[in-house]
Every structure is written in structure tokens, then in C-alpha cells.
Design a protein around this ligand. Structure first.
Ligand code: HPA
Length: 246
């Protein structure tokens, strides 16, 4: 099976269970990725793991070098990328603790380095982004979740905001009217860069809080981290199921 890369988000610093065989301190035409890519095995499958926020210093969502991260993973031979993103829930089903495997996204980010097409190389790309996530990989994740009896939503819209601040209540209401089910800050331009680079890319969103204005408590990172640890364990189970296959 083709090599798989996992991009971990907030709270997923290591991929527990990954038998790390080496670390790759890489450079790319866009600079260094967030941190050296770990290569390991999950069962018989080669898996690369990259924490998009780096560590120990957390890189905020708008300053992540998404181009370098994806370029690095491709240069190591990864062909499939599963991104794990923490998000706030907007639609009623998207309560904290839920997993969403989105099939659509809306990009509200701005000012990020969002393409590897810098012009001048004669290779103008207008990638087809009608379906922003790789259909085969996305459906494989949904199948894996079903096989593993892992509660999840098999489709939905991932809204991606600029951050690093959280949204206002009115912004969340607008996103709800736009059709967003969840809101995060790191889904773009990761997804479109992956498409430009020919990587099959899909995403698992972990809902860690009700989006702004929808819950009773103030939004804090501590509250998000508590639920994150439980959800990360479920996502590990989901990816183990993906890798072992039917
Ligand atoms: N908004 C944006 N990004 C997030 C949120 C949120 O409510 N929760 C976790 N990441």
C-alpha cells in the first residue's frame, strides 16, 4: 500500500503507537517544515508523521509553512495524506467529542502562501477543487470508521478561518448561513496545496468546543485540550483501522 502521511494538529504532538525508525530534518524550496518528519511503521505500512504546529514552540495557524510541510512529505514518498484538525462545532450534530470526515470546505483565510505556482515556470495550474478532498481516501476513512464502529459524521463542510483569534458570534452565524458545519484554522491552504502537489488528501476534524456564541462556557484552550486527548485516541483507532484495511 502507498506510503501514508499523517499531519497532526493541536494536542497531537506524537503519534502514539507509531514505531519511529528515523527522523528527517528536511529543507525544501520553501524552507523547513514545521519540524523534522518522523518515519515509522504502523503494522506493515510506512507512515510519516508531521506536527503542523511544530514543537516545542507552537507555530500559529497563519504562520505555518504549509508549502514546506507538504513538499517535505511528498519528497519522502508519501502519496496519501490524512490531516487531523481540531475544530469548533457549528451545526447541531457537531458537539464536542464528535468526529467529522468533511467532504467540502469554505476558505475564509487570507494572506497565506497558498500555492506552489509562483508563475514564470510555464506550468500554470488551475487545479480542479470542486471536491477538495480526495474521494477515495475520504471514503476509505468513512469505511474504516464504520468497520471500527467509530461514531462519526461522514460528510460536512469545514470552514477555515484565519485566526489566531477565535471567531465572533456573528461570524459563526454567518458561517452557519454559508453552510459550514465546523470551523477551524488550519485546513487551508493545506488541502489545495496537496492537490497542486498531486497528493491524495483527506481530513478528520475533531470537534473540541461549540463555536463562538453557541455554548454556555467561555472558550479556552484548556477546555479544548481536555476533550482533545480523548478524541485523539479515537482518531488513532480510526487510522489503525484505515491501515489494516477490510
Ligand atoms: N474556531 C476556530 N478554530 C478552532 C476552534 C474554533 O472554535 N476550535 C478549535 N479550533
Amino acid at each position: 500500500m502507498s506510503a501514508l502521511a499523517i499531519i497532526g494538529g493541536t494536542g497531537v504532538d506524537q503519534w502514539e503507537g507509531l514505531d519511529v525508525v528515523r527522523e528527517h530534518p528536511l529543507d525544501t524550496p520553501y524552507g523547513a517544515p514545521s519540524r523534522p518528519v518522523q518515519e515509522g511503521r504502523l503494522g506493515a505500512t510506512t507512515v510519516f508523521f508531521l506536527q503542523r504546529h511544530g514543537s516545542p514552540d507552537a507555530i500559529p495557524p497563519h504562520l505555518i509553512n504549509y508549502r514546506a510541510n507538504l513538499w517535505a512529505l511528498r519528497s519522502l514518498g508519501a502519496e496519501r495524506v490524512v490531516a487531523v484538525n481540531t475544530v469548533g462545532g457549528i451545526s447541531a450534530e457537531m458537539r464536542p467529542g464528535r468526529l467529522l470526515i468533511p467532504d467540502q470546505l469554505i476558505d475564509y483565510t487570507w494572506g497565506r502562501e497558498h500555492t506552489v505556482d509562483d508563475g514564470g515556470n510555464g506550468a500554470l495550474q488551475h487545479i480542479d477543487f470542486t471536491e477538495p478532498y480526495d474521494r477515495e481516501l475520504r471514503l476509505a476513512l468513512v469505511d474504516a470508521a464504520q468497520r471500527g464502529r467509530i461514531p462519526h459524521e461522514p460528510s460536512g463542510v469545514h470552514g477555515v478561518t484565519q485566526g489566531p483569534r477565535l471567531e465572533t458570534a456573528a461570524e459563526v452565524q454567518r458561517m452557519a448561513r454559508d453552510g459550514c458545519d465546523v470551523v477551524g484554522m488550519t485546513g487551508m491552504p493545506e488541502a489545495s496545496l496537496a492537490r497542486e502537489l498531486g497528493l491524495a488528501y483527506a481530513c478528520v476534524c475533531m470537534v473540541v468546543n461549540p463555536a463562538a456564541g453557541l455554548g454556555d462556557l467561555p472558550l479556552t484552550l484548556d477546555m479544548m485540550r481536555q476533550i482533545l486527548q480523548q478524541e485523539a485516541a479515537v482518531v488513532r483507532q480510526l487510522l489503525a483501522e484505515l491501515i489494516t484495511g477490510p
